[in-house]
Ligand binder design. Structure first.
Ligand code: GDP
Ligand code: MN
Length: 380
């Protein structure tokens, strides 16, 4: 789960990483009030789950509360790389003498946390890595040995940071960032830019914070930060019902059980000359209600012209799935034809149930390829 800048900064603050004081605003009036409370110059920052806000005009300095309200008016509703701005972070403006970059992420190849530090911050890190790789200092931290301050010293020297006051502050910050990374079960903590003020104070001016979805159960306070409004309505519904759903842009809706089967279903649709509109993964042991929920979400997508139901019954019982399909047809009006391929546990019982129902828009096919060809034909 990606966090907004203001949420990442809240976590930074909890772990002792210096950030500026700020307020959240969702209207020009709230932005004015926030600027009044904060006093002095402020910066009005679009909160969207994408980078490059500065370049897109989503970050503006404001000299007065009136100015902040004006800037807020201009930024709210702005489209930044497909993300509409609905929230602003109003922060006390910082004076910037230097812009550095500091991050920690996973290096999956090494199976270790990887810190990166460079004096060339403020721009995209990929640019630095491509054009001046020698300017980018790297440090691996072994999860079993844990982090040791001497490692950060090495990182700081390698990055060429020579000012002793800066060294001292960054040393502390690397340790705290590691604490935040481990403490929040993060996959990425990035500070770009990490600034040095004219007075020599080092702080995080931006935050990019990604938390491992699979660890959210350990962090209810972070899980609560999820902004459901940032997702399209059908993805929101899927999330609420606990259904795995991904939107694509073809015309065949896909339901399967298990990631492997769903991925091969996408391929076989391509092989048959069609394109998937979306897919749902029912996972293992899909019960009837799970099937109803998934069918409801899949069929709500107006791009779907036909639905492919591909089940290989292992833990999942095909008769249970068939009951789910029939229950769904009872409860919701699905006009699109549904092509079903059932194989594995209780497949015969499942197919029999569907045949007995005699529904006109149900088409049962014996193999995955037959079913794919049929559904692509029906979707055309
Ligand atoms: P991003 O473009 O989405 O990465 O957003 P950032 O938060 O990194 O801001 C982009 C740029 O805006 C920074 O690199 C700074 O140059 C500038 N900026 C952001 N906050 C301030 C501030 O408080 N004072 C000043 N002078 N510039 C700022
Ligand atoms: Mn940034």
């Amino acid at each position: 789960m990606d966090l907004y800048e203001y949420q990442g900064k809240e976590l930074f603050r909890r772990f002792g990483i210096p950030v500026s004081e700020g307020r959240l605003a969702t209207s020009a009036d709230e932005a004015r009030a926030a600027a009044e409370e904060l006093g002095g110059q402020v910066v009005v920052k679009a909160q969207v789950l994408t980078g490059g806000r500065g370049k897109a005009g989503g970050i503006q300095l404001a000299d007065s509360p009136e100015d902040a309200a004006r800037q807020a008016e201009a930024i709210l509703g702005m489209d930044i790389r497909g993300h509409v701005v609905r929230k602003l972070w109003i922060e006390q403006a910082s004076e910037i003498a230097k812009e550095y970059y500091l991050s920690v992420t996973f290096d999956r190849g090494e199976k270790k946390a990887l810190f990166m530090l460079t004096k060339e911050g403020g721009i995209e890190i990929e640019e630095v890595a491509a054009e001046r790789p020698e300017a980018l200092a790297r440090l691996h931290v072994d999860p079993l040995e844990g982090y040791q301050p001497y490692q950060a010293r090495r990182l700081i020297y390698a990055a060429g940071i020579e000012d002793p006051e800066e060294q001292k502050q960054i040393l502390a910050m690397v340790g705290r960032l590691y604490d935040a990374f481990v403490g929040a079960d993060a996959m990425l903590c990035e500070i770009n830019p990490l600034i040095v003020t004219p007075e020599g104070e080092v702080k995080a001016l931006d935050s990019k914070f990604t938390v491992d979805d699979n660890a959210l159960y350990k962090h209810p306070d972070i899980a609560e930060m999820r902004d459901l409004e940032a997702y399209p309505p059908e993805e929101r519904a899927a999330r609420e019902k606990g259904v795995t759903y991904v939107k694509l842009d073809g015309e065949v809706g896909i339901l399967g059980n298990g990631a492997g089967l769903v991925m091969s279903t996408l391929d076989v649709i391509g092989l048959a000359g069609g394109r998937p509109a979306n897919f749902c993964d029912l996972g293992g042991g899909g019960d009837a209600q799970g099937v109803v929920d998934a069918l409801e979400i899949i069929s709500a997508d107006p791009q779907v012209k036909a639905i492919f139901f591909n089940i290989f019954g292992g833990i999942t019982r095909c008769d249970e799935v068939a009951r789910g399909i029939l229950q769904a047809l009872d409860q919701i009006a699905i006009e699109e034809p549904i092509v079903v391929r059932l194989d594995g546990t209780n497949a015969d019982e499942g197919r029999q149930l569907l045949a007995d129902a005699g529904s006109a828009n149900l088409h049962v096919e014996p193999t995955m390829l037959d079913a794919a060809r049929r559904v692509v034909e029906l979707a055309a």
